[in-house]
Every structure is written in structure tokens, then in C-alpha cells.
Write a protein that binds this ligand. Structure first.
Ligand SMILES: *Cc1c(COP(=O)(O)O)cnc(C)c1O
Ligand SMILES: [Zn+2]
Length: 463
């Protein structure tokens, strides 16, 4: 059987077709490279690689057949198709044999109808895609399952890979460590010291990854890991490895699926290294090319003001781009001044009716806290997206009846330091307008009762 061909009949009623995907140059040079080759850049021009799919084979199934197949598999138990990534395997990474798939049931996350928050800000149809409700607490699992599965397959084929490594702002390393631990593959994670949350540091430690904490920022860690992987045959797990984007693009397919195959009007994505906005854009483009959807949503990338190279480029109509030195931001996972996927992201954003907006530290912290009051529990990056949403609604750039999806990228429980400091009023330069502090009292019924009644009266029945 030819390389890259799905080597077994798929389950749930689908027949075998010669699905095929390969690496190709993202800048357009010709040539196909197999997905089991250790390579990240085009051998001709040095641009990053992309994963390409044989669309002519994918088109042999009708849009109705694809939807039916995906619905049949969604969140069921037939391994690995119950994972929302592997349930779309033919469009993600058909070359991986099911016996090599390393899956922890990715995706299938709640599409939260933010009814109360939406009403407060004047939207009827606001949704938050809870990508942080995942095994390691962020959307990074969606891509990492694909990458680590491919590595497992390569090792099974006899390709010598001593370890898999990544530089990380905290969530990539957690995902890499967990998937490698599940597969029994050594993982190396390189983190910027004092720039990731406690939970994010503990995750790779707990999963047994070799954890390096370097005195630099993310961009500095990235330089080290690139050199390490170039020289030592160690496999690179950063999103410049386009296998990860293949898994992440299933978020768009899943959102449309959760709306019974209807396309939302606007999707807002917080962006740092810009792999996710690229992947989400591509998911929509793939569905359109296969006739599964007939229009595209507007795409909004939300950046932290203190790490905003894409926003600056957007202001020039994407005619100019300059890497910057990112300043420290509460949205630590997007504190990136020189995004790896900048060219890919701009290319995708130019296909869509898109825009880029930024949020200050106070705006992101307040937006996260305000939305938390309606039942969410937002990480600071989701706070950036929510703050941008508030701006666009206030300016009339999003209309009250539009269906809007905000991508929540991580679970708030990974960022309790941020939340505690917000509610204690200890974030420098931030007034903590929506702080909710505990009332500390002696263990006395009367005092507790008085405090409760006083507080309820102050709130006037609201929360
Ligand atoms: C990685 C990450 C992002 C940014 O995604 P990019 O693909 O780097 O743009 C945003 N939020 C969280 C929580 C992340 O872990
Ligand atoms: Zn090239």
C-alpha cells in the first residue's frame, strides 16, 4: 500500500478511499514531501511547510456524506473517532495508522451560549467555544495529538527520534508532556522563567518531561529549541510544525457542526504565535472548498496591546510587518513579538473579511472578570478576545443580531494567580472594577447573617 494512504477501512459506515496528505511549501514552491519526514522548512526557499490534502479524493464524498459521517462519530466510543480531531481524520492526517494514534478524546468541547453576558452587552446570539475544557486545559491538545501520533508512527517505522521538544508560553509544553507521557516518548520543554503560571510549570513536571526554565522570553526559548532540533535530530513540536495546525483546524469544523452545519457570522480568536488563527481560518476554507459550507464568517484576531505585531501590521493594511519585543502581559500565552506563523496568518486573514484589534491589560482583565460573573471562568487570553468583542460591539462593527463565537483558548483554572490578584486588587495599574472579595469574619452566626443580608441588599437582587 502506498505511503500516506489510510491503511484500513474506516468505521461507522464510511468506505475506504485513497486519502492522501503531504508537506508542501507554504510560499508556493512545487514539490511534495512525506509527512513522516523530519522537516519544517521548504528545501528550496526556506518558508514554512503546510500540510496539503488531495481534495479530489475528499470530494468523492458529498458534503451530506461528510456531515453524516462526522455526526455519526462525534463523541462516540469507537477509538479514535470519538475524538473530535480523529473523527475528522480523513481531513486531518490520513497517513497515521489507528494503532499509532495517541488520543485523549480531543475536542467535543462545549459551545457555551453566553446568553446573560450577550444580553448585557447587547448581543442576542453570543457563544463561547470552550477549547480550554480539554485534557491539559487548552486548545493545544487538538494539534498535539496529531503531532505526537505522527511521531509514534515514525518511531514504529524505525526512524530514530530520541525526543520531541518545544519552546512554550506554557500550554504547548503541557500538551506535549502529556501526549508524550501517554505514548512513552521522551519530551523536552523549554519555558521562559517566571513567565508561565504555576499550573503551567507543574504540568510538564508532573508528566515527567525534561523541563528547562530559561532566563529569557518565549522568543528567546524559540531560538534555542530551533537550534536544538536542527542539530540533534530532536523532533520539533512548535507550531512551525504544520501537523499541529491540521488538528487545530477542526475547531472550525466542530463549531459549524455544533450549529447543525450553519456558519456563524463572526469568530474572534486571541492570537500570539498566530498558528491558531491560521488553522481556524483554514478549517473554514477547507469546508468551503468541499461544499460543506457556502459562506465564510468574518474573522477577528485579538491581540494584547503589549504584544501586538499583527495589529501593527494590520494598521498598514498588512503592507508592512516588523517583529517587536513583546512586553510583559497578563495574557502570558500570547506574549510573543515575533510570531512564527505571521506570513501564514496574514495570507489567511486576507482571504476573509477580517480585522485585528487589541486590548490593554485593564481591558482584558475587566472583560474576563465581567464575563466570569455570568458563569464563565476565563483565562486572560480569552479576556483579550472578550475585550475586543466589547470594543467592536461598542463601535457598531458587530451588530446586535449577528451570531458571534469567541474562542476561549485555555481553562481559567490554569490562571488562578491572575484571578486572585485581580480580585484582591493587586494587579498594578488595574482598578479591578469587578472584584469580588471574600468577607472575612469571626465564626459567629449573627455577624455572618448581618453581612449576608447587607450584601444582598447592596446587590439589589442582581449579581
Ligand atoms: C497558544 C495559546 C494562544 C495563542 O495561540 P497561537 O496559535 O500562538 O496564536 C492563546 N491562548 C492560549 C491559552 C494559548 O495557549
Ligand atoms: Zn518554498
Amino acid at each position: 500500500m502506498a505511503e500516506g494512504v489510510l491503511s484500513q477501512a474506516t468505521v461507522n459506515g464510511s468506505e475506504e478511499l485513497p486519502f492522501r496528505a503531504w508537506f508542501g511549501c507554504s510560499a508556493g514552491c512545487s514539490g511534495e514531501l512525506p509527512l513522516n519526514q523530519i522537516i519544517y522548512n521548504c528545501p528550496r526557499c526556506g518558508a514554512l511547510l503546510d500540510v496539503y490534502h488531495d481534495l479530489s479524493v475528499l470530494r468523492r464524498r458529498s458534503p451530506a456524506e461528510w456531515k453524516q459521517l462526522f455526526d455519526d462519530r462525534y463523541r462516540r466510543t469507537t477509538y479514535p473517532y470519538g475524538s473530535a480531531v480523529w473523527g475528522k481524520k480523513e481531513m486531518v492526517c490520513p497517513a497515521v495508522d489507528n494503532t499509532n494514534v495517541v488520543s485523549m478524546y480531543e475536542g467535543g468541547s462545549n459551545l457555551f451560549w453566553a446568553e446573560r453576558f450577550g444580553k448585557q452587552i447587547g448581543l442576542e446570539d453570543l457563544w463561547v467555544k470552550q477549547c480550554g475544557n480539554a485534557h491539559t486545559g487548552s486548545f493545544k491538545d487538538l494539534g498535539m495529538t496529531v503531532l505526537v501520533s505522527m511521531v509514534k508512527q515514525m518511531i514504529a517505522e524505525g526512524i530514530p527520534i530520541p525526543a520531541v521538544a518545544c519552546a512554550s508560553t506554557g500550554d504547548t509544553s503541557a500538551a506535549l508532556a502529556a501526549y508524550c507521557a501517554a505514548a512513552g516518548i521522551p519530551a523536552i520543554v523549554i519555558l521562559p522563567r517566571n513567565r508561565v503560571s504555576t499550573a503551567q510549570l507543574i504540568q510538564p513536571m508532573a508528566n515527567g518531561a525534561l523541563t528547562l526554565s530559561l532566563d529569557t522570553d518565549f522568543d528567546g526559548c524559540m531560538r534555542v529549541v530551533r537550534e536544538l532540533c536542527t542539530r540533534e535530530n530532536i523532533y520539533l513540536a512548535n507550531s512551525m510544525n504544520s501537523l499541529r495546525l491540521e488538528g487545530q483546524k477542526t475547531v472550525s469544523i466542530e463549531i459549524v457542526q455544533q450549529f447543525d452545519w450553519e456558519v456563524p457570522d463572526v469568530v474572534i480568536v486571541p492570537g500570539g504565535n498566530l498558528g491558531n488563527i491560521t488553522a481556524i481560518g483554514r478549517g473554514f476554507l477547507l469546508m468551503r472548498d468541499l461544499g460543506i459550507i457556502d459562506r465564510l464568517p468574518r474573522l477577528v484576531c485579538a491581540q494584547a496591546e503589549r504584544a501586538n505585531p499583527l495589529y501593527r501590521s494590520f494598521l498598514t493594511g498588512f503592507t508592512k510587518y516588523q517583529p517587536i519585543r513583546a512586553k510583559k502581559t497578563l495574557a502570558s500565552a500570547i506574549q510573543i513579538g515575533n510570531p512564527v506563523s505571521i506570513e501564514k496568518a496574514i495570507k489567511v486573514l486576507q482571504v476573509f473579511d477580517s480585522l485585528v484589534e487589541q486590548a490593554s491589560e485593564e481591558e482584558l482583565a475587566d472583560a474576563a472578570a465581567l464575563a466570569d460573573r455570568t458563569g464563565l471562568f476565563n483565562c486572560p487570553h480569552t479576556g483579550v478576545a472578550l475585550a475586543v468583542l466589547l470594543k467592536l460591539v461598542a463601535r457598531g462593527q458587530i451588530h446586535p443580531r449577528e451570531r458571534v463565537v469567541v474562542i476561549a483558548t485555555a481553562h481559567g483554572l490554569k490562571f488562578t494567580d491572575f484571578k486572585r490578584r485581580y480580585h484582591e486588587g493587586k494587579l498594578r495599574g488595574i482598578a479591578s472594577r469587578y472584584a469580588n472579595r471574600p468577607i472575612e469574619l469571626p465564626a459567629d452566626y449573627g455577624k455572618a447573617r448581618d453581612a449576608i443580608l447587607r450584601a444582598l441588599a447592596e446587590r439589589g437582587g442582581g449579581i
